[in-house]
Design a protein. Structure first.
Length: 167
């Protein structure tokens, strides 16, 4: 009754690969300020980001495919952020967490990057100051939708708007 009588399903190869990828995200938290504490909450047993397959937090770009930028980014930190992003292997994704990472927030001053998307491409933005752990979980779900959609592939080329300086 309503069940497929055939012992197999057909699908596309890229759909299966995307399905596997989206439930095995390895996040690298680039935590520079208070937002990083909320990220710790999202990984804790209370909010349990493991339910969405994204609990394997790594601090090595080689072993990560999801960069979570949590906090204010200064121009002095910008080259470091860019280098970490560049060192991650493709395909890779970026979540910008909180108003500071997304737009500079209330730090409208000479030393703060006014949005990390001037340095690296961003897939999902999280609003708020600080965003609650539930908002991080929602961002992961949105990213998973994007990963599964054919239009969600990362851009092949991204041109940074901000110069990144070597200090
Ligand atoms: S958005 Fe708010 S909580 Fe997050 S780093 Fe900025 S000031 Fe801190």
């Amino acid at each position: 009754m309503g069940l497929n009588p055939l012992p197999y399903l057909t699908t596309r190869r890229d759909a299966v690969v995307a399905w596997g990828r989206k439930y095995s995200l390895w996040p690298l938290p680039f935590g520079t300020a208070c937002c990083a504490i909320e990220f710790m909450g999202a990984v804790s047993s209370v909010f349990d980001i493991a339910r969405f397959g994204a609990e394997l937090v790594r601090f090595s770009p080689r072993q990560s495919d999801l960069l979570i930028v949590a906090g204010t980014v200064t121009f002095k930190q910008a080259p470091i952020l860019k280098q970490i992003y560049d060192q991650m292997s493709d395909p890779k994704w970026v979540i910008s967490m909180g108003v500071c990472a997304s737009s500079g927030g209330f730090y409208d001053n000479y030393c703060t990057v006014q949005g990390i998307d001037s340095i690296i491409p961003v897939d999902v933005y999280i609003a708020g100051c600080p965003p609650r752990p539930e908002a991080i979980l929602e961002a992961v779900l949105k990213l998973q939708d994007k990963m599964q959609s054919p239009a969600g592939k990362p851009p092949a080329q991204f041109k940074a708007k901000e110069p990144t300086f070597d200090y």
